[in-house]
Write a protein that binds this ligand. Structure first.
Ligand SMILES: Cc1cc2nc3c(=O)[nH]c(=O)nc-3n(C[C@H](O)[C@H](O)[C@H](O)COP(=O)(O)OP(=O)(O)OC[C@H]3O[C@@H](n4cnc5c(N)ncnc54)[C@H](O)[C@@H]3O)c2cc1C
Length: 311
């Protein structure tokens, strides 16, 4: 309960323009532990270091919620450039995209959704490099559109090249998950990071944790590749027990954690023989991403405050 109240207040405070301006000016050095660098070459170095530890990558160019076509197209071009750079460095691309950064909800010249058009270009390029693109899930107003675009892209490019995310806190998600089963989809399951009203999302942590477990178990039982994206070691332990008791192979799922979070746990999981992937953001538009990380853990807010007062 306290955790949920903290999270809500932190997300509300982070949304205030003055706070954004202050942290944007002061906080870049503090955000660095979560971010692999300003450009793709720095991200490639981070990927190579993770590879040495046996950890796979999931690269994310920071940036979200643009409302003009020019910025959306520029973002798409930057992601295409990043895919090319990974390929040139001998790395198979595995990228995440936020469709709010790519024009989702805006019309392209041929009256298609611009987010779809840009995401399609990105998935097409990734497929050329035998890579993979994951459509991140953002606030609840975007879920219908994201799932529709996901379906279209899987039907065109196949489930080996595109996946998406489901958020356990939304009341609708169990039904959404089941509705995708015909695609045999590759899904990342998360608890959910946005400030959502009780009308659409559970507010109680125990309830969200229980929904999270149900989703992961249902997705695995349906025979779908499952990305267990959490830092919650209790859930990870339960998933490990679940797969053993249901005869599910370790190749049917992977653990995903955020870059810079619970690094020791990431190494332990690799040591225990599990697939582990790190979600690696890079770029200069770090504020939205960083504020959600602060909201996830009170100690992260203290870290920011200490850093700002020079402690
Ligand atoms: C790979 C990945 C991709 C994600 N993609 C999306 C997405 O597309 N859409 C979306 O809405 N959300 C996404 N999220 C965020 C997710 O919804 C949660 O907000 C976040 O993972 C925190 O929940 P938790 O599952 O780690 O559990 P919690 O119950 O919040 O935490 C479990 C434990 O991990 C620790 N912990 C959690 N977060 C942090 C942190 N930031 N720093 C240090 N310790 C921490 C906690 O202190 C606690 O001990 C993603 C998360 C991951 C790991």
């Amino acid at each position: 309960m306290i955790n949920q109240i903290y999270r809500k207040v932190a997300l509300q405070v982070a949304g205030m323009p003055l706070v954004e301006q202050f942290i944007s000016n002061q906080g870049k050095g503090l955000a660095a532990r979560y971010i692999a660098g300003d450009d793709v070459q720095q991200a490639i170095v981070a990927i190579q270091k993770l590879q040495q530890r046996g950890i796979w990558h999931n690269l994310d160019l920071l940036g979200e919620f643009v409302d003009d076509a020019q910025s959306a197209n520029q973002n798409a071009q930057s992601i295409l450039d990043a895919l090319d750079a990974l390929h040139e460095a001998g790395i198979k691309p595995y990228n995440s995209v936020k469709m709010s950064a790519l024009g989702q909800g805006q019309n392209a010249p041929d009256v298609e959704d611009l987010g779809y058009v840009n995401t399609r270009r990105i998935v097409e390029r990734a497929k050329q490099y035998s890579g993979f693109v994951n459509l991140d899930m953002e606030d609840h107003t975007r879920v219908d559109s994201t799932l529709q675009i996901f379906r279209r892209l899987v039907e065109e490019f196949g489930n080996q090249h595109v996946g998406t995310v489901l958020q356990a806190y939304l009341h609708r998600t169990e039904a959404d998950r089941a509705s995708l089963d015909d695609l045999k989809p590759n899904i990342r399951i998360v608890k959910g990071a946005y400030l959502e009203p009780a009308t659409v999302a559970m507010q109680d942590k125990a309830e969200i944790d229980a929904a999270y477990r149900r989703l992961v178990y249902a997705h695995l039982k349906a025979g779908n590749y499952t990305n267990v994206a959490t830092h919650d070691h209790n859930i990870m332990y339960d998933v490990q027990q679940f797969v053993v008791s249901h005869g599910i192979s370790r190749d049917a799922f992977e653990f995903q954690l955020l870059y810079g979070v619970r690094e020791n746990l990431q190494d332990e999981l690799v040591g225990d023989g599990y697939r582990v992937r790190s979600y690696i953001p890079f770029g200069t538009e770090w504020y939205g991403y960083y504020s959600r990380r602060i909201a996830e853990k009170p100690a992260n807010a203290l870290f920011v405050l200490r850093g700002m007062v020079g402690g």
